[in-house]
Design a protein around this ligand. Sequence first.
Ligand code: IN0
Length: 416
Amino acid sequence: MASAILASLFHPSEVLALVQYKLAPKTKYDYTNDKARERLYHHLNMTSRSFAAVIQDLDEELKDAICLFYLILRGLDTIEDDMTIDLETKIPYLKTFHEIIYQKGWTFTKNGPNEKDRQLLVEFDVVIEGFLALKPAYQTIIADITKRMGNGMAHYATAGIHVDTTADYDEYCHYVAGLVGLGLSEMFSACGFESPMVAKRKDLSNSMGLFLQKTNITRDYLEDLRDNRRFWPKEIWGLYAEKLEDLVKPENSDKAKQCLSHMVSNAMGHIKDVLEYLEMIKNPSCFKFCAIPQVMAIATLNMLHTNYKIFTHENIKIRKGETVWLMKESDNIDKVAAIFRLYAREVNNKSDPLDPHFVDIGVACGEIEQICVGKYPGSTAELARLQAGVMAGTSGSVITAAAVVAGAVVLKSTFA
Ligand code: IN0
């Protein structure tokens, strides 16, 4: 906590959000009377940290279904990701995972010791038990998406098959993330929280996943390369280097930065759809659940833009304070539109006029601004409010931050 506050010292609204987050009651969810549910939510908390809280804030009707959807996909992903499992073993698991989730007692111990979510699969019987207790309508949606995703993953895991063209890139991201959007939209409509139109707009649901996944793939260049996973499409990186790994060579740093801008520009292409999707979502808990990952993605993309560090450092992330602040602010479309405008402006301000994607990125940022001003006029006042919070730090108001930190320390000792 102290280091998170220090990192946000020049962003008083983040410090405030961190303190509020820290002081929020911890025992909001109590599963002590339900051991199976306790295990399930234990795994959720182990795998996704901040996102676990967002899932737990969903309305009761959807909470378990989405928690299980998340854990099942995380299990599948943990098999896909593990480069220590040979392909002859891996591919059949990917293709049959939608059947495995119906097999009571099934567990998996073939992951390498360093796989982050290894334990989830070691105790996967808990997940299966939970899945089998869901309403059949949710089971069907989850199994259908798992089947299509597993087969897509198996295709791209096959020897000799790579993400080559930008169409492949869109297709791979559709399998691993776009389909998640389709499944979630079906659940939102099936339970009656959202209109049937949400499930019908598969294009927009798909874009929700693509924007998240493309941001992750762009961020994880170095980590994926280290593990021999290659998701940047050759159609893009081939314009800047002979081999994908050549982008890390110091002598190629200019080309690497241009390639990065190309990847950022490609991801930004989905933002228009993201805003249109979020505009459809009326249930407050579904809205926050959908909006939070998206605002985190635009914040991450802003951090990646023109940032050569992605070629030299793994695990670069937005500040914890920024995450907590974004989670607090993302509760209606005007505020979310304001957040998109804020980051789009930052992206644009950082752009290098000599970069070949300077104009593309400028146009994408301008479009976000234009859409938001036209469709969400309330975002203008929200943007001014957000900027006041951000500016308070950058204009040298360290005193404000120091006062909040001092307050936090006092509160901490009071409540400890
Ligand atoms: C998600 C998505 C997610 C949430 C809400 C609506 C969505 C609509 C379409 C597609 C995906 C949607 O959100 C999570 C967010 C997450 O897990 N964040 C992590 C970050 C991290 O680094 O791991 C956290 O710890 O906070 C997400 O990234 N994915 C996901 C998976 C399952 C479900 Cl049900 C929802 C993964 C992915 C690949 C982007 C789809």
